[in-house]
Design a binder for this molecule. Structure first.
Ligand code: MRU
Length: 354
C-alpha cells in the first residue's frame, strides 16, 4: 500500500533566477498555502515564525535562503563574494538556535563555496544552489531509510505515542519519527498513533494529526497532560519522537515536553525511541548541557491563536525545547541503523562505520 504524503514542504523552483516554495505551516490545518520566497529576509522570517519548521526542514530552508541572499551579488572578486556569503549565513543562523541542522546545512554551503577555488562567481553561485538541492534530496533519502529501519519496531496492533511534528512537513519529505509509521503502514500493518497536541504552538494537533489523517493512519489526538494516564492504562507500547540536536553522548534536545514523556515512558517500562538523521547529531558537544535552548515570546503561552488564555501580563516561561538525558532513550533510529543502547561509544561507532 502506498502512503499519501503532504506535498513537499520546501522546494527550489527553476534555475538560479528561481524561487523557494514552501508550505506555510502556520496556516495548517485550515489551509494548505504555499509561499514563494525570492529574498533572504522572508526566509529568515519564515524560519523564525515557524512557517517552515522541524529541524531538517529549517536546515534546507537556510541553505536555499543563503543562495537567495547572494545570487544578486554583482562583483567579480572571490574574497568579497565569500565575505558576503558568510554574512548571509550568519544572518540566517540567527533565526533559531536549537536545531543543529540549520548551522550544519550552512556549514556545508560555506565549505562548498571555499572548495571551488578556481570557479568564477557565476559558477560558484550555481554550485551553491546545487548543494542546497542536494541537501534537500539527501534528507528525503535519509528519512526513507529511517522508515525502513524503524518500521520493525512497530508491531501489529501497537499503540504509539508521538509528540510535536516530526513528519513529512518537518523534513524534505517522509519525516523522522513518522517515517517508521509510514513504512509500517505501507507494509499493511495495523497500529494506532496517539498524538500529543503539543502546547503552546500545537504542532501535534495542527500538523501531525493532519498528516496522519491524510495518510489514512489511525490516530487519536490527546492533550499533552493525558499521556501519563494513557500509559498507565496500557494503551501505549512505544513512544517515538524526533530531535533537534543530539549530543555525542546521546542526550536529545527536542520539543518542550519530550523529557516528561521519556520519564513517564521509563516509569511504565515503555520503550522510548528518537528518530533522527545524521545531520541532527552535534558530536562537538559532549553532552546535552550546552545545547542552546530557544526561549520564545510569552504571548505564545498567554494568547496563542488570537485568544487570551491568561491575564495579559501573567509572567510566563516559554522554552521551545528540552533535553532528555540519554539514559531515558532506548534507541535512536538513524538512516544508518538503530543505535541501541544509546551511549557515546555506540554513536561514535555508527558514524565511523561509513
Ligand atoms: O519548534 P519546532 O516546531 O521547529 O520543533 C520541532 C521539533 O521539536 C521536532 O520534533 C524536531 O525538529 C524534529 S523534526 C523531524
Amino acid at each position: 500500500m502506498s502512503v499519501k504524503l503532504p506535498p513537499p514542504t520546501i522546494e527550489w523552483i527553476g534555475g538560479l533566477d528561481g524561487y523557494v516554495e514552501l508550505i506555510d505551516q502556520t496556516r495548517l490545518p485550515e489551509k494548505l498555502v504555499k509561499l514563494q520566497l525570492r529574498q533572504v529576509e522572508p526566509v529568515w522570517e519564515a524560519i523564525k515564525s515557524l512557517r517552515v519548521r522541524g529541524a531538517p526542514a529549517i536546515g534546507i530552508a537556510a541553505a536555499m535562503g543563503a543562495v537567495l541572499g547572494v545570487r544578486n551579488f554583482s562583483g567579480t572578486d572571490r574574497t568579497t563574494f565569500l565575505r558576503a556569503f558568510d554574512e548571509v549565513a550568519d544572518y540566517l543562523a540567527s533565526s533559531r538556535p536549537t536545531a543543529v541542522n540549520l548551522t550544519w546545512a550552512l556549514s556545508r554551503l560555506r565549505e562548498c563555496a571555499k572548495c571551488e577555488i578556481s570557479a568564477d562567481i557565476a559558477t560558484l553561485k550555481q554550485r551553491l544552489l546545487d548543494e542546497a538541492k542536494t541537501i534537500r534530496d539527501e534528507d528525503e533519502a535519509m528519512c526513507r531509510a529511517i522508515g525502513r529501519h524503524g518500521q520493525a519496531l512497530i508491531c501489529e496492533h501497537a499503540g504509539i505515542l508521538t509528540h510535536c511534528n516530526a513528519g513529512s512537513l518537518a523534513t524534505a519529505r517522509y519525516g523522522t519519527a513518522l517515517a517508521p509509521m509510514y513504512a509500517a503502514h505501507e507494509l499493511n500493518r495495523y497500529f494506532r498513533v496517539f498524538v500529543d497536541e503539543t502546547r503552546p504552538l500545537l504542532q501535534g494537533s495542527r500538523l501531525t494529526a493532519w498528516e496522519l489523517h491524510e495518510a489514512g493512519i489511525e490516530s487519536v489526538l490527546i492533550c499533552d497532560n493525558m499521556a501519563g494516564s494513557l500509559m498507565q492504562s496500557g494503551k501505549i507500547d512505544l513512544v517515538i519522537t524526533g530531535a533537534d540536536r543530539i549530543a555525542a553522548n546521546g542526550d536529545v534536545a527536542n520539543k518542550i515536553g519530550t523529557y516528561a514523556l521519556a520519564v513517564l515512558a521509563g516509569a511504565h517500562g515503555i520503550p522510548f525511541y528518537v528518530a533522527a538523521p545524521s545531520s541532527t547529531f552535534d558530536l562537538s558537544l559532549h553532552d546535552g548541557s550546552k545545547i542552546p535552548i530557544e526561549q520564545r515570546d510569552p504571548d505564545e503561552v498567554r494568547s496563542g491563536f488570537g485568544c487570551m488564555t491568561a491575564p495579559a501580563d501573567a509572567p510566563c516561561y516559554n522554552p521551545a525545547f528540552d533535553v532528555t538525558p540519554a539514559n531515558f532513550v532506548r534507541g535512536i533510529i538513524t538512516e544508518r541503523g538503530i543505535i541501541e543502547p544509546v551511549c557515546a561509544k555506540a554513536i561514535a561507532a555508527i558514524f565511523q562505520s561509513s
